[in-house]
Design a protein around this ligand. Structure first.
Ligand code: RUB
Length: 311
């Protein structure tokens, strides 16, 4: 679009995120941070700071629901407008991106270590969609000998459950796949639910893959714990995220059904939903396990000190 080589890194990353070649709240944030770093590295234009803002906008416009994307971009650009000259700005952005990518991968691993203790020995765990943070917790718990089996949903329409199932099977973890609507029935065989997060609001509401909210209802009805794995940069105190449910092209839903067979039928494709805090048993972050009521403090960055459990 902008004609210069440095824009290619940002345009390519934006296209990969929009088309879901890169997906998952953590991965899209890391991909955006890396794109801004690559952009800065190869930049040969007139005003790096101004063009970084444009590049950030382009990346932000790809997917609206995950606050991780905005927070990852903000953390990467933090302090860049105080840089004197392109070389200093470039160094700030590249260092920030590096810190963000390393920090976010470290957080996923730490969530696994911390969350493992929530899983009782011999558990059957249900998970939805494909979350690297949730899988980190389940993988650690399996290594600790706590997980007997994982039930994973197919996660229509993109079937991210296939990625989850392949990962679990590859690690030798017994896994059974079900269609999303079987979650309620299967809850009788499940000991607890573990899912990831795209956004956690200051009221402790969870934005995650469509279907998560219904699964939390089924878990609550059967008295099963419902845990969320969320790195702290997925929290926000910004109310603007409250209404941002991504609605993708209806063809992602209708195509397999041959839409020509259903003349006059409108399809819709909202891809995230909202789970209220009262249905969440605990949120596993890299800093500890917290109740949803702690979300505001985390979002405002008030949580500090060593790893600590609040529930
Ligand atoms: C992915 C999804 C995941 C969260 C957390 O949706 O809802 O549960 O993003 O993932 P999509 P992670 O496939 O539409 O991006 O823990 O990997 O950040």
């Amino acid at each position: 679009m902008q004609g210069n080589e440095h824009w290619k890194a940002v345009e390519d990353a934006s296209e990969r995120i929009r088309s879901m070649k890169v997906r998952g709240a953590g991965s899209i944030a890391r991909s955006a941070a890396q794109a801004l770093s690559d952009f800065s590295k190869s930049y040969n234009g007139e005003d790096l700071v101004m063009d970084l803002r444009k590049a950030a906008r382009m990346l932000l416009d790809t997917r609206p629901t995950a606050v991780s994307l905005r927070n990852g971009i903000s953390m990467t650009l933090s302090g860049c407008d105080r840089g004197v000259g392109a070389d200093e700005v470039r160094r700030i952005v590249m260092d920030n991106a590096d810190d963000f990518v390393k920090g976010s991968l470290g957080a996923v691993s730490e969530i696994g270590r911390i969350g493992s203790e929530l899983i009782p020995n011999g558990s059957t765990v249900l998970t939805h969609c494909n979350s690297s943070a949730a899988l980190s917790m389940i993988g650690h718990a399996f290594d600790d000998g706590r997980v007997k089996e994982v039930i994973c949903t197919e996660s229509r329409p993109w079937r991210q459950g296939h990625i989850t199932a392949r990962w679990l099977a590859g690690r030798g973890i017994p896994v059974t796949m079900i269609v999303d609507s079987a979650s309620g029935l299967m809850m009788d065989e499940v000991d607890l639910v573990v899912v990831g997060a795209d956004t956690i609001t200051s009221e402790g509401r969870l934005f995650n893959k469509i279907g998560t909210s219904l699964i939390s209802l089924a878990a609550r009805e059967r008295g099963r714990p419902f845990y969320v794995c969320a790195e702290t940069y997925k929290f926000t105190s910004d109310d603007v995220f409250e209404g941002r449910i991504e609605e993708r092209d209806a063809s992602e839903v209708s195509d397999p059904l041959s839409p020509g067979d259903l003349p006059g039928v409108r399809f819709r494709n909202p891809v995230f939903d909202v789970t209220p805090p009262e249905r969440i048993s605990g949120i596993v972050t890299e800093k500890g396990i917290v109740e949803p009521s702690m979300a505001k403090r985390i979002a405002e960055g008030l949580m500090s000190g060593p790893a600590h459990n609040w529930i």
